[in-house]
Ligand binder design. Structure first.
Ligand SMILES: Nc1ncnc2c1ncn2[C@@H]1O[C@H](COP(=O)(O)OP(=O)(O)OP(=O)(O)O)[C@@H](O)[C@H]1O
Ligand SMILES: [Mg+2]
Length: 309
């Protein structure tokens, strides 16, 4: 659905994007993550055909940004990182304006606008002035606008930035709804944990280079070292902990405050299935086994080198 090949963008001496190769398939929710200045907005603006690449190629729905910009624009919805101001315009007028711009026939416009307002829960503000909306509502309005022409691909540049926790959750729920409608979504953020529930794939960019692109689970697995597994046993936890502590694959084992045996694996061990096998072979009865959650912020810091341009 989206593909870039050796996509490069320079601003004078500064290389903002270095030979970026990424692939986003239909129905993917791709989290594009990187620190400030990494090149996220640059990439998104190129895909939205608002910025020309210096070299390399980018395709959206099989169309090239070099030469087929007009066709691409019909297929995408782009939400920029800044909303802009629209003085003296109500929510409905704003959507009417963009509906006309997208070429939606006047007869259909009302229904289409009602549809996107329903989806984004903005009905109650249809007569409000755009400039009077809260930041969260404005983000939802920006999403309403790009949904007017029912695009297949959404390019969202930090749609949740500057929002309070509740508004973030609302945006996330809305994006989940769009995902369920089968849209392909590229969403940028500098917060990895925010994208966890939403995205099936992530790309991690730093200083214009893609450090990782692929399934979220793989990104996590990459930084997962010295895993911790917790096991709850019917009885004999202390003895089990002592036995496990002697195991070749185990770094340390002890009881945690909930009474679980906390097993810290050796760094090079990434498969913990030996833990239940070992315990069962020793006659223990396992009630529960949990893998400790990887701290996503931690994962992100390890994947990036912490360089900010
Ligand atoms: N119009 C421009 N002229 C010169 N340099 C630019 C221009 N736009 C972006 N840059 C530079 O390109 C690099 C990438 O910027 P970009 O806006 O793509 O980063 P970003 O990942 O979106 O960052 P942020 O998280 O802050 O939004 C930065 O070093 C930035 O200063
Ligand atoms: Mg940006």
């Amino acid at each position: 659905m989206i593909e870039t090949r050796y996509l490069t963008k320079t601003y004078g001496k500064l290389t903002a994007l270095k030979e970026l190769n990424l692939t986003i398939d239909q129905g993917d929710i791709y989290g594009f993550i990187g620190p400030n200045g990494a090149g996220k907005t640059t990439t998104i603006r190129i895909l939205a055909t608002l910025l020309r690449p210096t070299s390399g190629q980018a395709f959206v729905c099989g169309l090239s940004v070099n030469g087929q910009a007009r066709e691409i624009r019909r297929k995408i919805g782009y939400v920029p990182d800044e909303f802009g101001t629209y003085e003296d315009m109500t929510v409905t007028e704003y959507l009417e304006f963009f509906g006309a711009l997208y070429g939606i026939p006047p007869k259909e416009r009302k229904t289409v606008i009602q549809g996107v307002l329903d989806l984004t829960d903005l009905n109650f503000k249809e007569h409000a002035q755009v400039d009077s909306l809260s930041r969260g509502m404005r983000q939802r309005l920006a999403l309403s606008r790009v949904l007017l022409h029912d695009p297949q691909v959404l390019l969202l540049d930090e749609p949740a930035s500057g929002l309070d926790p509740r508004a973030r959750i609302e945006i996330r729920e809305l994006l989940k709804e769009l995902r369920n409608m089968g849209k392909t979504i590229l969403i940028s953020s500098h917060i990895l944990s925010e994208l966890r529930e939403l995205c099936n794939k992530v790309g991690i960019i730093e200083q214009g280079s893609l450090l990782f692109s692929g399934p979220l689970s793989e990104a996590i697995a990459r930084v997962r070292k010295g895993d911790v597994v917790r096991v709850r046993l019917r009885e004999g936890s202390e003895g089990a902990a002592a036995l496990l502590a002697e195991h070749d694959f185990v770094n340390a084992a002890q009881l945690d405050e909930e009474g679980f045996v906390e097993v810290r694996l050796r760094e090079q061990i990434d498969d913990y299935t030996f833990v239940p096998e070992f315990l069962v072979s020793k006659g223990y009865k396992i009630l529960e086994l949990r893998e400790e959650d990887v701290d996503l912020e931690d994962a992100f810091m390890k994947l990036t080198r912490g360089q900010v341009s």
